[in-house]
Design a protein around this ligand. Sequence first.
Ligand SMILES: [Fe+2]
Length: 503
Amino acid sequence: MLSTNRREALQFLIAAGGMAGLPAIAGAAGEDPVFAAYQRNAEQDPWTLIVRDAPADGFSGDAQLIHGQMPSGLSGTLYRNGPGRFSRQGWRYRHWFDGDGFIQSWQLANGRVSHRGQFTQTDKWVEEEAAGRFLRPGFGSLPPGASGLNGPDDMNVANTSVMLVGDELLALWEGGSAWSLDPETLESRGPRRWGQGLDGVPFSAHPKVEPQTGIVWNFGQDAFNDRLVIWKIGPDGQLLDAGLIPDIPGGMVHDFVITERSLVFLVGSYRYQGRADTFNGSFGFEAGTPMLAVALDKNDWSQRRTWELDPGFLFHFGGAWESADGEIRLDAALSDDARMVSQGAQMIMRGEPEGEFGSHTQHRLVTLGAGGRARSEVLGPDYIEFPQVDPRFVGRRRRQTWHIAWSEADERGATRIERRDLETGTQDGFDHGEHVFVEEPLFLPSERGAEGEGWVIHTALNARDRRTELHVFDALRLSDGPLASWQLPYACPFGFHGCWRQA
Ligand SMILES: [Fe+2]
């Protein structure tokens, strides 16, 4: 259980670090050029629906089967989370990651698919809905008249991912608390309180679940003070331990991987450079600063190994495993720059394709050698994102990674779903064509235990039809095309991440 010392240290974190204490600076009033640019581009290109404002009272509807039939044995709920509100009173956020959290559920039962989407009732959302304007700074935006913050949860938008633990659905952000929701109704229950003194402590959007034990590992970052928080949670949702890890450089650490023995972090070269008027504005890409890999011993977090890699940046890992002699291998979507977060996500807000500022992430395999030597190899030339693994093989040696991929034909977004076999290097994939923009795929295991036996499910925007779709594939036969596809009678804003609850 959490020691008193650790609790005090974490309380200190809330007071001194995170995003608390950002200054209140009034932005310029008058016509907003970002709002105007989005309106203009949205009239020209329905691709811009990926960053539309969802209606305040959400969406509800049945999806229509447009292809194939529901695979037998596939029954459950796909939850998705992402930003869904970007503008108020003619002023639009500057950064994609600022939008208020919009949670969606796709229920697959008895051959039918029903959908709901609604805003998570964070404190920020409730107060801004009542006021009719933005009141708080965002990750990368400073709305006119935004006020200062007393703690990270004052600006918590709960918009990044979603997970099930115990009987709770948690809408995850990364700068503050997870937000607890009812998994049936999606109603908000408030910030998740893990224990005394832990309110508002950063809880990242990429927890990892040990398949053997159900133990949930997560981290949080205090980038302003070069520290990480480690969280260890039981399968029932009870906190087992938490602690503060000092001397981790202030990079934008978004995801991590576990092996059977280690917690592994890559600190990219997008580093904290001093407090600016937004969180994202406080970071810059340092082309001469190597990425740092850090592995902490799961059983003794004070034991660490470190490696240096070429300068770069990443959001997302596939998975990792570790050999008996301590060599760690991991795969990730890695780029040589951080243009997506520093420029691309701002272009999307204006309704402009990211083009060359978009995801330059390639699928790479990184080896962290037992002797302190590290190397990274590019597995394919394509730009990819959202690498996924079979959850039964988290932390263990495995072969398969599923991801989305960009087509050269369309610079607005990814249109392909792919699988790469890490041992043979072979690829299998499906391209939906130039008007269907794909979101994160999730691997859903079937009852058999072999790696890759199951389905891949993903949502997508059909820009031609102005509707959101759901597609299910045989996970090992993507090139056969979807087994089944459904379409909603409306278009939802893009989400970032999701999770699955098998019925
Ligand atoms: Fe993410």
